[in-house]
Design a protein. Structure first.
Length: 229
């Protein structure tokens, strides 16, 4: 009863401060406090509270459903495959074109307005007569243009990634540093299931500390299957 009273009081305060809000949804519960999202014009799947006609009362709601909905999309795991066409500029020599095939995995935390976490990737490409392989580990940060909540919306944002790794091709080997800056989209084709498709891409810069050193630049794209929980 105390939890229900506390939640209703918070929802009432939010509604009285925003006359345009038609309903609110409980997003997360922390102890005896609830964090809610204000929805304007539509009701999305998830726990929703609506006014019952009185300025001080709300319809009954299922507390178990609120708790079940409160933990969604807080964390995620993702796996992807991608392709990149890069220009390889070799110090003291000319430039060549290099096509990389890559696979990546990531783990992340969703803070609604932003998401972040570690990322690991492996890529393979042809370097003259050898197969070049690269291992990378680092981190990513997404800034969401609107809060990433439990709705069925498509979410767009900006992303940045930085990784360190190792490179080996035949007798050549060395370390490398990679930066990527671009955009990201998250789409839920099976909503309300928290399975998403993530597509990110942008401009990538890589420096290989081989002898001679190499600098690779170009546009890249990755598609991920993501499970939020």
């Amino acid at each position: 009863m105390m939890l229900r009273f506390t939640t209703s009081f918070l929802v009432f305060s939010l509604l009285t401060s925003s006359a345009m809000a038609q309903s609110v949804r409980v997003d997360k519960i922390r102890g005896k406090k609830a964090i809610v999202d204000i929805i304007e014009g539509q009701i999305e799947p998830g726990m929703t509270l609506t006014p019952s006609g009185s300025s001080s009362a709300f319809d009954e709601f299922d507390e178990a459903s609120v708790r079940a909905a409160s933990g969604k999309r807080n964390n995620f795991v993702a796996a992807s495959a991608g392709i990149a066409q890069l220009t390889n500029k070799i110090t003291g020599s000319g430039s060549t074109s290099e096509t990389d095939l890559r696979a990546s995995v990531m783990y992340g935390w969703n803070k609604r307005s932003y998401e972040f976490g570690p990322i690991f990737s492996f890529s393979s490409s042809k370097d003259q007569n050898f197969t070049a392989s690269t291992l990378r580990a680092g981190g990513f940060y997404d800034f969401n243009f609107k809060p990433h909540t439990n709705s069925k919306d498509v979410f767009f944002g900006a992303t940045g990634q930085a990784t360190l790794g190792s490179y080996k091709s035949g007798t050549k080997s060395g370390s490398l540093f990679t930066l990527l800056a671009g955009g990201v989209m998250k789409y839920y084709p099976l909503h309300p299931a928290n399975l998403a498709i993530r597509v990110d891409g942008g401009y990538q810069y890589t420096n290989r500390s081989t002898k001679p050193s190499q600098t690779l630049t170009g546009l890249v794209a990755n598609a991920y299957f993501v499970f939020y929980y």
